[in-house]
Design a protein around this ligand. Sequence first.
Ligand SMILES: Cc1ncc(C[n+]2csc(CCOP(=O)(O)OP(=O)(O)O)c2C)c(N)n1
Ligand SMILES: [Mg+2]
Length: 436
Amino acid sequence: MSQPQAPLRLHVPEPSGRPGHATDFSYLRAAPAGAAPRPAVDVAPADTAELATTLVRVLDDAGRAVGPWAPEADAALLRRGLTAMLRVRAFDARMLIAQRQKKISFYMQCLGEEAIATAHALAIEPGDMCFPTYRQQGLLLARDDISMVELMCQLMSNERDPMRGRQLPVMYSYKRAGFFSISGNLATQFIQAVGWAMASAIKGDTRIASAWIGDGSTAEADFHTALTFAHVYRAPVILNVVNNQWAISTFQAIAGGEATTFAGRGVGCGIASLRVDGNDFLAVLAATRWAAERARRNLGPTLIEWVTYRAGAHSTSDDPSRYRPADDWQHFPLGDPVARLKQHLMAQGAWSHTEHEATRARLEAEVMAALKEAESYGGTLIDNHVPPIESMFEDVYKEMPPHLHEQLHQARAEWARHQANPANLPEPAPQGQGSP
Ligand SMILES: Cc1ncc(C[n+]2csc(CCOP(=O)(O)OP(=O)(O)O)c2C)c(N)n1
Ligand SMILES: [Mg+2]
């Protein structure tokens, strides 16, 4: 006779903090700055196992750059980096207000995560192709290829929106700036990036790809497929996992981050992997350079888990006070990336409070001027402008097939009927609730 057993049960991970109950961040297991070794770029992937569980950090609590990962970066580059982060923050803050003012329908900010995309953008080369998510606006705003006005026109879906109103606001696409079209279907861009990297190698090109995904989205099958292909063919790609602790209201443990790391997934697949302090501008610079060199030297892919914190709401449709402590970010052990780089530069005498405030004011003025210009081009919510109905049918096929011709004909007739009698107009859809 077998012993009676307790009934089986499942484990459902829970966040260690909730509204009114402070988060216990010890689950992060944050290592001290300077402690992680920096192996040669041709390290065997299996030998990065330790680097995938510890935390690569450069800036210590006093703002000093310490340890083997401290990158070569002169004050001019770091000042540029700090300015880029402040630029992203100013842009995000103003676009949030613009959404509340009903000038745009939807927005997604990256507050608290600015170091990752901005330092990454300054560490890769023009011509490399990023496959971002909606939270890497820093890739665009750290460089000058694309104007703020153009981004705002996309957000307003106005006449100058390069996407012609066919994408949700923030879903930019800039081939000329190495910024692949953002997809609303999470994780699809991860396999596309690996495919692009493979194609670059097949063509004998020198450009590498950079794939982006959030902690929550790693639970999608595409993530795992991408890892397999990247490993098998040693694709020249950087596989970035931004672990900002949350996927809307779902804690990262639900996507599989409990008692393990997302970087560990890479090692399991035979991919060199790093777990890096994503709020440490210098660590992001150093780790990106290391991974980019590996890719360019045909040493294969690198997976980097960037540990950070989504300080703001998921999007303008979200209210995080419902599911986490309101002051969570203030207690996040890795701090604020802007404050940390500022402290580092000030300690070297390469920045000052006065310069900081002057830069903020200048960037705020830049954003306001851009907004004024973008608004002058109108927008769906600003002047009720509706693009011509024909534009719905354009740019789909090189030559419009007969069935679309027929639908266009029908749509024109419907539109004319509504205009003749506005009472025929259907109820407008509720605005302001976007997805993702
Ligand atoms: C395939 C798919 N599933 C679900 C969604 C809805 N959705 C949009 S964003 C999001 C959370 C993603 O979280 P994460 O990957 O951690 O990225 P983060 O928003 O934190 O940057 C979800 C579930 C979607 N857009 N696509
Ligand atoms: Mg997330």
